[in-house]
Structures are given as C-alpha cells and as structure tokens.
Design a protein around this ligand. Sequence first.
Ligand code: NAD
Length: 497
Amino acid sequence: MSSGTSVQEPKLRNYVNGVWRASTATEFVEVVNPATAEVLTSTPLSTRADVEAAVQTAAEAFPAWRRTPPGERIQYLFKLKNLLEEHIDELARLITLENGKTFGEAKAELRRGIENVEVACGIPMMMQGYNLEDVTPGVDETMIRQPLGVVAAITPFNFPAMIPFWFLPYAIACGNTLVVKPSERVPLTMRRAIELIEQTGIPKGVVNLVNGGREVVDALCDHPKVRAISFVGSTPVAKHVYARAAASGKRMQCQGGAKNHVIVLPDADMELATQIISDSAFGCAGQRCLAVSVAVTIGEAQKTFRDAIAQAASAIRVGSGLDSGVQMGPVITRESKQRIESLIGAGVGEGAKPVVDGRNTKIPNHEHGNFLKPTVLDGLPSSSQLAHTEIFGPVLSLVHANSMDEAMEFLSRSPYGNQASLFTTSGSAARRFRYEAPAGNIGINIGVAAPMAYFPFSGWKESFFGILHGQGRDAVEFYTESKVVIERWSRQETRKF
Ligand code: NAD
C-alpha cells in the first residue's frame, strides 16, 4: 500500500450549517505524517468568530431537530453505520496517515467507533423516563428526558475517529445539535467522517465541525449557548476546560491523562500475561489512554515476567503503519519522540535499567519518521518520579513489590485512575483487586480494559473530571435534562364526558 496521500486541500475548512467554509483563521498548524514527515495539509486555528457561527447554526437547528421523533433521528445513524462500514478501509488509511498507528489498529479503532453508533440507535428505548401513578391519591408523577440544546465535543490526537464517536452519536440521537472540534494534529479523519454524515441527509446544522486549538476550546467553554462539553485529552487541559466551562454553568465530562498499572502475580499464566501486556504497553506505540505503563511484579514474577516481556518487546516489528507485518508505528510528533526519550533517560537516572532500549531508532526508508522501539525499564523505584509520570509512548516500567499489599499501596499513590489490571489465576486475589483497585476501568487478565459502548468509559482521580462518563447509559443521562411532571386532574372534568 502506498504511503502517498490523496488529500487535495492544503488548508482545511470548517463544516457549518451543512456547508464547508473557510475559517477566518490567520494561523495554521501543519498536519504531518508521523512515519514520513510529509505534510498532509494544514489545520486552521479557527477564531471565536468561527465558533460563534457554528454555535449559532447549531442553536437554530435545535428546535426542529429536537421535535424530530427519536425513531426518525436514529434513521440517520443507521445510514451512518452502513457508510462507516463501507468506507472502513479508506478511513483506517487516513487514521494511519495522520496518526501513525498501524492499519490494523486503525480498523480496530473504527470498529469501536461504529459500536457507539450502533448503541445510540437504541435511543428510543434508552431515552425513556419513568412514571408512577397515585403518588398521592389522584396525582401522577412522570420523569421525562429532554435534550439540552447545543453541545460540544473536544477530542485528542490518539483516536481520531473513536473518541469523537464516543460522543457524537449519543448527542444527536438524544436530540441535541453538536459542534465537534477534533485535534488539530489529526483533523483528516473527522473531515471524511463528516462528509459521510452529510451523505446520510441529516438536516443542516445538526452536526458542525470547527477546526482549531486553544482559541476554539476557550470560545466553546465561554459560549452561553453551549450547554455541555465532552472533552478528552491531557490532564492539565482537562482541568482547564472543566474549570473554565463550569464558570459559565455548563455540564462537563472531561477525561484526562493516565498512568496505568498492571500487577503480575507469580501464579499468573505467564505466557498469556506477557502477550497481552506487551500488546497493551506497545500497541498504538503506547499512545492509548488505557496502555499499561507500569507492571508491578510480585515474588518470582519479577524474573519470569521481566525475561518474557523483554523478549516480547524486542520481537515487535516497528515501521510505517501502512506496511504489512508492521506491529507498531511511530509516535505522533518529533517533540513527543524527544520527550519520551528524555523520560527514558530520567528513569535510568532514577535507577532503572533499560533491559530493552528503544531510543535512537532508525527505520530504513523512513529516516524522518518519529520512530522509537519498545523500551522496558527494569527495577524502576516505586518512589521515583517517573513511576507516576505519564509517558504516553512505548515504554513499560517494571516495579517490584514483595506482596499484594505493597503493590496496592503503590497503586493508591498514583495521581491517575484510568485503568488498573491484574494477572492471576487466583479468584480471591482477583476479587480483592476488583474491590480495592483505585481506578475506573479494571482488567482481570485483560490488558486494555476498554469498556464496550454499552458501558460507561470510566476513569477516576486526575483521569476524569465530572460525574457522568462517555458511552452507554451515562451518555444518555449526560446529554439529557430530566424533567419531572406532577399532575392532578379533577374528577369533575371526567364526568363531563
Ligand atoms: P491535549 O490535551 O494536548 O489536547 C486535547 C484537546 O485539547 C485537543 O483538541 C487540543 O486542541 C485541545 N488543547 C490542547 N491544549 C489546549 C489548551 N492549552 N487550551 C485549550 N485546549 C487545548 O491531548 P493530546 O495530546 O491530543 O492527547 C493525549 C492525551 O489525552 C494524553 O494525556 C492521554 O492520556 C489523554 N487521553 C485520555 C483518554 C481518557 O479516556 N482518559 C483518552 C484518550 C487520550
């Protein structure tokens, strides 16, 4: 498969009121293929005026969309599901081009995105409220769910399709209108996805896209007509967005960064654990918010797991995500590569031993790509700074603990709480872990504990700010307001008929 791109648009446009229109931006960010350094296009850093136009359009589209019966609204989602399936290879290729992950990983991400479209097709059931007659004699009470109005989604670079689709299908199925702002580093996937949404015939203004960065985000946070924001990205930005949008009274769900731990007990099936943890730590070049970043080994697992994971990490084939047989692609930018290499150096400085060292990687014919090979840092002290710092690259640190108590205490000190996993064959250890582990997504003999679309994508501590999560029932609650109606009708009225 060629790595050339068919993108014909040197400066991307925004999609507002069913029309692709130029942004008023004066600044642009280059979108660079991480495997080749080829410039694919450039993203406009849109302005407050662009946000104003999109929000205004979405606000105008809301009354009619809200009155469209849920059963009709989801017809557009059924069409979208089919279009996404038809174009899955084309979309996956775009993801690989702009993000760097392998073509297989890109297809897997789309599969999870499509799953959210499928689940949102159940809105006519999921959006129902509840009621009770005779809460006092002759008085009935009903809870109904109503859409909020204009909502916004702000998304990161690491899942150019899946993360926007954690929000978009539920938001519109519930009757809201939407402004989506993809990451300025990977805007091409959503551009194409919006073209497919357009093909469904959905009314103009229901879905809008504004490209950009901080100015767009802040304008969405401040805009009085935006009722709710779904955000996914790093913790400092998640905190910023949470605070800024709360200041104007918005409903928020902000997913932040992560540092995910796995505990490996000596009774684990070591072959299975190694294969799964290797995929979790190094898949998508470690740029998954659920990537395992620290393995805490207990007892003899210190040696058995270290030797096995070092072997697995060394065997991973790194290269361009479009080349067949490649298992791991580049990281997103040159700066990310430098940051990851410097964090590996910091870990070594804190006492870890790089048993597999992926720094200074050069891939033949891809000398300009942002490649690193998998890295395993053995014996990272649990008190080190790196033990609690998000690396967001293909680096697995090994920390040793003498007991499950010690391992759990280490986990409890993490500022993050996105995911925690345990590998064991012991039911009681598994139950204890499920009960006590301080994270929102828990895996037992699972490496990437990514909830299916019909469960909430959880996250605790500095990994999530808000109450209601993305996906499933939480999404329906997030995107609707509950209204309670209490009714009394006089008996004399009925006697008339
Ligand atoms: P990022 O925080 O740099 O960017 C996320 C979004 O915020 C982008 O749309 C970007 O344009 C915008 N943004 C960036 N800086 C901003 C600023 N100063 N003010 C306002 N808006 C700003 O994140 P990223 O590098 O794109 O993504 C990687 C991060 O996302 C990692 O920390 C990863 O753990 C996290 N992540 C978390 C989850 C989760 O479910 N918890 C999922 C995916 C990624």
